[in-house]
Design a protein around this ligand. Sequence first.
Ligand SMILES: *[C@@H]1O[C@H](CO)[C@@H](O)[C@H](O)[C@H]1NC(C)=O
Ligand SMILES: *[C@@H]1O[C@H](CO)[C@@H](O)[C@H](O)[C@H]1NC(C)=O
Length: 258
Amino acid sequence: MAFILRAFILLFFYTFVWNLSCITPLFSSSTDEYSDVQCLKSIKDSLEDPFNHLTWTFEHLTAGSFCNFVGVECWHDQEFKILNLSLSNMALKGKFPQGLEHCKSLQFLDLSGNHLYGTIPLEISQNLPNLISLNLANNSFSGEIPSTLANCIYLNMLELDHNQLTGQIPQQLGQLGRIRVFNVSNNMLSGPVPNFPVPEESYANNTELCGEPLKPCEGKGGSFKFDFSFESGFVAGFVFSAVSFIISFVSCVCFGHI
Ligand SMILES: *[C@@H]1O[C@H](CO)[C@@H](O)[C@H](O)[C@H]1NC(C)=O
Ligand SMILES: *[C@@H]1O[C@H](CO)[C@@H](O)[C@H](O)[C@H]1NC(C)=O
């Protein structure tokens, strides 16, 4: 009885895995386009657009016609997937559009110069893992910068300046090896800055940021202090063990001969 049950469960499991591995790819190519249309629809529905900049209409859509919408750029003529979404300075109002989760192929997102508020969602890296450029500057975003942005490993440009962001800059962002442009100026951030090759201006007008290229951090949590104490502790420990080794070696040799 138990054997049959086990066999049954195994069979069920294999069928399930087979479904996942074989059926999903068959569907996904045909649902990509649908997904990107969903993305645009839900962005339009979720934002106030007082000047009707988003002249997007979804009736009588032909294949890939949404690629010609204002602010939308697709991968290329045959590939109806959104590469670049640029909705800057349109006086759009609302929260970070949840619907962007359907724009899976997006690499460039510019929502700067609008009236967007609320937090930058934690799921951003899960939903938009291929981002190369993210520009949310000149809005009213508040709360902390999500540390999950460190998972957007292709990021070259991250512009969060002129918002109302608070708290510390997540140190994990220092892992973003491709960062060329990073701007968090004009927020209310404090604490140590990540280890980036960016100029001082990137951090201007915040509450109290510190660390290279700004003034060194004082007291606990300053990476310089930590490195220093670690290094001096290491040197002291090394000298101590070297000296005790020599003493015991010498005394050993001397007493051995007596
Ligand atoms: C994205 O689109 C905007 C507006 O059409 C354009 O100015 C910008 O250069 C584009 N970015 C890239 C990387 O193609
Ligand atoms: C944000 O606003 C400032 C000042 O109004 C302006 O200098 C800057 O170019 C704007 N940045 C973006 C990305 O729109």
